[in-house]
Write a protein that binds this ligand. Structure first.
Ligand code: 5GP
Ligand code: ZN
Length: 135
């Protein structure tokens, strides 16, 4: 028996409120939603994070999110949504089975996003070059 919570949900060992399923992808309600209708979109196959997810499944995952988003929006009466992925423990990934969060947003729901800070002068070019050199 796997100790991956999401693999156990897929196997039916842990109940979930499933809203979508195809051969490769499942979507179900997050047990602790940021807002009502918060859905997790996951591949049926176990991949720990986005960096090891095969391209075809990455495409499939996003396509499913795109397909079900209107139903979620209309279903819960939301005005928009955030599509997020926490990659790595430091980024807040608690479950090591890659998943997209589709979070419905409501006007004035108070779910503030991070605020950014401008780079000090010249720093953006340095950072961009560091990244380009790794590609
Ligand atoms: P992460 O922090 O890894 O990006 O997100 C994991 C998400 O999985 C959390 O939002 C958490 O509420 C949800 N979650 C954890 N355990 C369960 C579970 O047993 N069932 C469901 N439906 N969601 C879960
Ligand atoms: Zn898993």
């Amino acid at each position: 028996m796997t100790d991956c919570i999401f693999c156990r949900i897929i196997a039916g060992e842990i109940p979930s409120d499933k809203i979508y399923e195809d051969d490769e992808v499942v979507a179900f309600l997050d047990i602790a939603p940021v807002n009502p209708g918060h859905v997790l979109v996951i591949p049926k196959a176990h991949y720990p994070d986005l960096l090891v997810l095969p391209e075809q499944l990455t495409v499939q995952l996003v396509m499913v999110a795109q397909k079900i988003a209107p139903a979620i929006i209309t279903g819960v009466g939301a005005a928009g949504f955030n599509l997020t992925l926490n990659n790595g423990v430091v980024a807040g990934q608690a479950v090591g089975h890659v998943h997209l969060h589709l979070i419905p947003r409501f006007k004035d729901d108070g779910r503030e996003l991070w605020s950014g800070q401008p780079y000090p002068a010249g720093e953006a070019a340095v950072v961009a070059e560091k990244i380009r050199k790794q590609l």
